[in-house]
Design a protein around this ligand. Sequence first.
Ligand code: GLN
Length: 181
Amino acid sequence: MVRSLGAEVVEVRLPEHLDGLDALIIPGGESTTIGRLAGLYGLLEPMAEVIESGLPVLGTCAGMIVLATGTTEGDQAQLGVLDVVVRRNAFGRQVDSYEAPIPVSGWDEPITGVFIRAPWIAKAGDDVEILATVDDELSGDARPVFVRQRNVIATAFHPELTDDARVHEMLLSMAAAAKEL
Ligand code: GLN
């Protein structure tokens, strides 16, 4: 997705791969595995440092969980750079994965949210801007699924699985703005 927007992509597997990046994406997958491997390879602290020093970052699904400060389920390795507590697998099991149009604050057209064993945000700090929510069918509460806190954006869904590049464009424009500072 970011290549199609003209950006160059490098994979980050070791701390030195963080040098010289304009932005970082933490993808979906399994957040416990991402956290465990990032810990083993000494990536957790350096990632938290570059993000805290202002590097624009996008976390999708498991990536959102890795960015968060906590989960409702208990302990796992997290960066704690996004002031939210997430509920993992909030929509139920794999069979409950689904797609739905999600209205986004400030956007004319909704985005197609592709949710795959997705989390939602159970609790967000005051600095966290809620850009989109879904309705929790059980409680009727609106659950945040797209948020921004300064240089950190996170989606519970997978924008890279659609042909709608707006979330990635947002990250790249944050990167361009950060470079101008
Ligand atoms: N269920 C996964 C987790 O808890 C996230 C799934 C995903 O990234 N699509 O980490």
